[in-house]
Design a protein around this ligand. Sequence first.
Ligand code: PHE
Length: 337
Amino acid sequence: MKDTLLKIRDEAELAIEAPGADLEALRIKYLGKKGELTAVLRGMGQLSAEERPVIGALANEIRADIEAKLEARKGAAAAEALEAKLKSEKLDVTVPGTKIEVGKMHPISLVQRQLEEIFLGMGYEIAEGPEVELDYYNFQALNIPEDHPARDTQDTFYITDNILLRSQTSPVQVRTMEKKRPPIKIISPGRVYRSDAVDATHSPLFHQVEGLVVDKGVTMGDLKGTLETFAKTMFGEDTRIRFRPHHFPFTEPSAEVDVSCFACGGKGCRLCKGEGWIEILGAGMVHPNVLRSCGIDPEEYSGFAFGLGVERIVMLKYHIDDMRHLYENDVRFLHQF
Ligand code: PHE
């Protein structure tokens, strides 16, 4: 019996050491309820009283040996597995990473933000209006009736006879005055559309910023002061402004406003085409008909409005000679701002 036990131990030890051994299967084979060692112990009944404790002690010793061997081999196997896993998952931190392209703000957005900042700083609120607009807001309520010649200069895209893509941000004036009682002090940036062919200075889609102030006792002096402050903040402290008489159906009197050329200071250069002045916006005192059509009494209130083209300012500020660059989305161009 002793020999059988020692043989079991030798066999078990060899099997456990064998490469790729299934340790759980071996445990069952030798130590399990139906295992070889258990089978030997079952036969202990036949032994003599002197032999029994000796063989019992040996069996226990062998069980402990096999268990210890199994445990040791299990630990080694786990370490080997970890080693293999670490090897296969090794990360080479010196390999160059995947480059993530980071975009930049478009120059139109950039200038629009600057314009917003300037007027927010003067206490204006930002108002918005739809780009798909009713003829009523884009024209009629702005004192431009059906057959008015001013419609020719702002020909746009029609959805129906009555619905069009707005040709200016001025309809937001009307929408604001319909909703809000004075004092009103808003700017309204956004896209506008005209059926112009694309060239270096025209695009069927461009951007404007509208301004509107309505209150008791608002004068042309307030308009001038406001635009002067704006021009100095936008183009530099030395900038001067000039009002030239003009006509807009929805303002009276109306003016086109120039800033002194910020490239040459007014002496005349390529940028200002030798003029010394650069036109940047249209403005005027809100026409009494417009106030009236919004339910505001022109005897009690007055106001001024202005509208500027964002692309114009972008092109002047960054010396861009062709408007098409702004819409082609070439990153080599856009990354310069
Ligand atoms: N809406 C005019 C345009 O697009 C500009 C303007 C706005 C003029 C407000 C006067 C007052 O040409």
